[in-house]
Ligand binder design. Structure first.
Ligand SMILES: [Mn+2]
Length: 358
């Protein structure tokens, strides 16, 4: 297992690489070139610059997250062929600089979605929060505006203004797309890119829809174990795998998260992992919790054990953190609470390793 940390790049992320390096046992980052819009080719010079900069800080850059999938691909528009060609070119370019895994998602229109980005909790910290009742009283445009307002001037991944300019047009087009059609479009994308991923040696790792249910009538197709089984069968390859996000799937109490990690790990399809916790308040209402099991709903030890038993060589990272100790910054991506999460997960790993080898 390699412990990593999501980093948005200089000028986009307030956290210096050196601070990330100071977290014990941190091996590298899950990086991104935030300057590119979905559908654009990532140029070699820019990739090299990122990798060199990360390496100079004593960290590895073996995982990229996210190479965003253009909406036209998800909607199955004729322009998708050009965007798939561009995606392949990006994968080829990334492979030249040592990238081994690409995390992405196939969520329609929105990336992860919350109704509050700075929800105050009892101890005075704040965290990401979701209440489905609030979503039902909102339009898609309301939620875009709310997210932009609460993100403190930083563009959040999947919420780029350029991507959302076409919101009304895109929402209208999705009225014709059901889950089966969305899966067909996904199959077309996988048939277009997995041969390239195999050739250049990059494992693709799809991130779940978050929260793990449909929103605004949009067809979300990665919400649970059965959705994952269908995705795996769209294109049979170890390069068509998953980045299981414990907190995303864990938003729905019906998902047995440790069992999902174990099953897809055993099938050789767990290509990366986000390990974080969530606290249920009532049906479809939750806030994000600190990483330890006792503070939320998920058994983090069982999740780490499933990774240890099935996929011990993957990259993992702590996921969203709370704002604690007065920290401000990118909602969900603070330094302090994610560092606590990383060290906690590292402790579980040491314990599991020693217990199983004595
Ligand atoms: Mn995640």
């Amino acid at each position: 297992m390699k412990m990593t940390f999501r980093w948005y790049g200089e000028g986009f992320d307030p956290i210096p690489l050196q601070y990330i390096k100071q977290i014990p046992e941190m091996t590298g980052i899950m990086g991104v070139l935030n300057q590119y819009q979905a559908g654009e080719v990532w140029e070699e010079a820019e990739i090299k610059k990122l990798v060199d900069q990360v390496n100079a800080a004593g960290l590895e850059c073996e995982v990229i997250e996210s190479v965003n999938v253009h909406e036209d691909i998800k909607m199955g528009l004729p322009s998708r062929d050009q965007y798939i060609e561009n995606y392949n070119k990006t994968l080829e370019n990334l492979a030249k600089y040592g990238i081994k895994t690409v995390v992405y998602n196939f969520m329609p229109v929105f990336d992860w979605l919350r109704t509050e980005l700075a929800h105050e909790t009892e101890d005075g910290s704040n965290c990401l929060y979701y209440d489905h009742a609030d979503v039902e009283g909102m339009t898609p445009r309301d939620i875009v505006e709310l997210t932009a307002k609460e993100s403190g001037g930083l563009t959040l991944p999947g919420w780029e203004p350029e991507r959302l300019e076409r919101l009304d047009e895109v929402m209208a087009l999705y009225e014709e797309i059901d889950h089966a059609k969305m899966r067909d479009n996904y199959r077309y994308f996988l048939e277009g890119i997995i041969p390239t991923a195999e050739k250049v040696g990059i494992k693709m790792a799809c991130h779940p829809d978050d929260p793990a249910w449909d929103l605004f009538g949009l067809p979300r197709i990665y919400r649970n174990r059965d959705d994952m089984d269908k995705i795996a069968k769209l294109y049979d390859s170890q390069y068509n795998g998953f980045c299981i996000c414990a907190g995303s799937l864990g938003s729905n109490p019906e998902n047995d998260v440790p069992a999902i990690f174990r099953e897809f790990g055993e099938r050789g399809l767990l290509n990366a992992a986000h390990v974080r916790n969530v606290k249920y308040l009532s049906e479809k209402k939750f806030h994000e919790a600190p990483h330890p099991s006792s503070t939320g709903e998920l058994d983090m030890h069982a999740i780490m054990e499933a990774i240890y038993d099935t996929s011990p060589d993957i990259h993992i990272r702590p996921d969203h953190g709370r704002m604690i100790w007065g920290e401000t910054g990118r909602p969900g991506y603070p330094l302090y609470d994610r560092a606590l999460g990383a060290v906690y997960l590292g402790g579980l790993w040491e314990s599991i390793t020693k217990f199983k080898n004595r």
